[in-house]
Write a new protein. Structure first.
Length: 280
């Protein structure tokens, strides 16, 4: 009798633990994400939800993506950069047209994607790369994503992200700094591809060319001193008939590294996570 009771308790515990440890990385058209709830990527690297800047005393709320395992909740992408939500009434959903919409109290839209899709089962999924993608629920091919946050970066460049121009459509992916630590709206510091002459990367301060990398020479940019290989990341500059972009990749999946524009210091910085000190 006692053995049967103990076996029952153990089974209940395992069922509870398995449910508690299960993370949700996707919402469908019939679901929504409200303030206080999060999506967590399948590998546990990133989370999507609502936040307020750490140093802010206001009730402004933003929909963003941050490192899930970073106790400081370092934000890497913000949807409603220009239109914060006052209070905890934000709702993220997929409309019947396939458009992603962020609303206040299920009525006023403060942010949305600029395209619609005609698939029967659109789903919004947070990938372990930190990329938020809209896709057909039956199609996991990255080439067929209907929309992705990597195409609309904020102040942070993540591994696998392209910063550059699609020459077929003139679509330009650029980084833009937060205005200040309390305000994620775009500042005047940007980083992207310069197309005048031979393409190179340029850091702009308003309309002023603040810093140019020089030409790509195969292993780095000619204007960047002390270019050498390192144990953390590889970077590349792609220039062909269809697109021109800069990207980087990590040499180990256990590493976390990002490039961030800092409006206050007018610089582009790389940060790498130190798991021992739990700091960047």
């Amino acid at each position: 009798m006692k053995m049967g009771f103990y076996f029952y308790i153990v089974c209940c515990f395992l069922i509870f633990f398995s449910k508690a440890s299960t993370t949700i990385d996707t919402i469908s058209r019939s679901e929504s994400l409200t303030d206080g709830k999060t999506l967590v990527s399948n590998g546990g690297s990133f989370a999507l939800g609502f936040f307020s800047p750490d140093t802010s005393n206001s009730n402004n709320r933003y929909l963003g993506i941050w490192y899930h395992n970073d106790p400081n909740q370092t934000v890497v992408w913000v949807a409603n950069r220009i239109n914060p939500i006052n209070g905890s009434t934000g709702v993220l959903k997929i409309e019947s047209s396939g458009k992603i919409v962020l609303q206040v109290q299920n009525t006023t839209a403060v942010w949305s994607t600029n395209s619609t899709v005609s698939v029967e089962d659109p789903v919004l999924q947070l990938l372990d790369s930190g990329n938020l993608v809209l896709r057909d629920g039956n199609d996991i091919n990255p080439e067929n994503h209907l929309w992705q946050s990597f195409d609309y970066p904020s102040d942070t460049m993540l591994p696998g992200m392209k910063i550059g121009v699609d020459l077929r459509t003139s679509f330009d992916r650029i980084l833009s700094a937060w205005k200040n630590w309390d305000d994620p709206s775009p500042g005047d510091l940007t980083y992207g591809v310069e197309l005048e002459g031979s393409p190179e990367m340029v850091l702009m301060k308003g309309l002023e060319k603040y810093y140019l990398t020089g030409l790509w020479i195969g292993s780095g940019f000619s204007g960047v001193r002390d270019v050498r290989s390192n144990p953390i990341f590889d970077y590349d500059f792609v220039w062909n008939e269809t697109e021109i972009y800069f990207t980087f990749s990590l040499k180990s999946k256990s590493l976390m590294s990002r490039v961030v524009l800092n409006q206050t210091e007018s610089v582009r910085k790389r940060y790498t996570w130190n798991p021992e000190s739990q700091t960047w």
